[in-house]
Design a protein around this ligand. Structure first.
Ligand SMILES: [Mg+2]
Length: 339
């Protein structure tokens, strides 16, 4: 793997943090209110004291990046995929977070992690039927790992990696659409590292849904009308519509069938203008830190370190993400791991 690839690995996890911190002050906001209060968020900005994230500081990232880091650090420590360790590292990340950051963890995630604490195994701890965003927002490190091991690791480990996103999602989420979204994000990251075209990128994310969410493959509840698949098919058929029209249809709430396809739509629409696209995405509000984190990770995987210098400087605590990204990259370099 080349130095450019290493840069992209780092930029993927850094992009997650930067997008998270960029959207953090306006998490849960409506677009009109963002306009009224801020005009447009174009820089890393401090939250207003009485807002949902008002307890955080300028440049702080939230649960999205904290859980992404926990997954990345587990992959590095275990030199591979260990569900029990991933679950424990996520629980530790939650438990060691200061109260003001604990508040940023979604309800389903908190419930799943507390079930783990009670001793429920990670294959059963996610009990929430709420289609939350968490599996998609934290899955970028799995995409890095899939890229790192492809082509030299033994076949069963590659197959395991492809199926593992759903197991990681299952730690906190039972809803099939949430669990599928993790696989979509991991594959999206891997495909971007391989240098796919815009059309290939769209085909990749659709393929992931058809593999896991559509009968006869699906083992969970099917939501024909509001499946992730149906929303991403809409994206394919409407890939050039305005952001306004896309948001009117897809929306950007904390539900994975809204904000995730919206973030994917924006990423492919701004294929060659990614920073403007990231700014525009968070300014639609809703789950803005999460759309920012998801978009930022995709952006780093495709483009490498293109984030403005000022954003990098103002986003706090990037060092552990850089170290973890380098660690996953090194797993791909270290061919002695082949059994
Ligand atoms: Mg968050």
């Amino acid at each position: 793997m080349s130095n450019k690839t290493k840069e992209k690995f780092i930029a993927t996890l850094m992009g997650c943090a930067i997008g998270d911190a960029l959207g953090m002050p306006i998490e849960g906001w409506k677009r009109e209110d963002i306009k009224k209060q801020f005009g447009r968020i174009t820089e890393i900005t401090a939250p207003l004291p009485d807002s949902y994230t008002g307890q955080l500081e300028k440049g702080q990232y939230t649960d999205d990046t904290i859980l992404t880091l926990a997954l990345a650090e587990s992959i590095v420590a275990k030199k591979g995929l260990d569900l029990e360790d991933i679950a424990q590292k996520q629980l530790e990340a939650y438990q060691s977070a200061p109260p003001r950051l604990k508040k940023t963890f979604g309800k389903s995630t908190r419930e799943g992690l507390l079930n783990l604490k009670k001793g429920i195994p990670p294959t059963q701890s996610g009990m929430s039927a709420r289609p939350g965003n968490a599996p998609a927002m934290k899955m970028a490190p799995l995409g890095l790992y899939m890229y790192a091991i492809r082509g030299w690791k033994n076949g069963s480990e590659c197959v395991k990696a492809y199926n593992f996103a759903e197991e990681i999602g299952r730690i906190t989420h039972w809803d099939k659409r949430s669990r599928v979204s993790g696989g979509v994000q991991a594959n999206a990251i891997e495909s971007l590292l391989h240098g796919v075209s815009r059309q290939e990128f769209i085909d990749t994310i659709i393929y992931e849904c058809t593999s896991y969410e559509i009968p006869p493959y699906s083992a969970g509840p099917i939501h024909r009308e509001k499946s992730l698949y149906s929303r991403i098919i809409w994206l394919k058929e409407n890939k050039d519509v305005s952001a306004n029209d896309a948001h009117a249809y897809l929306k950007s709430s904390g539900f994975v069938i809204e904000s995730y396809p919206f973030a994917l739509f924006m990423f492919q629409k701004y294929w060659n203008n990614p920073i403007e696209g990231l700014i525009e995405t968070v300014n639609w509000g809703g789950d803005a830190d999460t759309t920012g984190a998801i978009y930022g990770a995709l952006c780093g995987a495709k483009h490498g370190m293109i984030f403005p210098e000022k954003w990098i400087k103002e986003t706090k605590n990037l060092e552990p993400l850089i170290k973890a990204a380098e660690g996953i990259y090194d797993l791909g370099k270290n061919k002695r791991l082949i059994k």
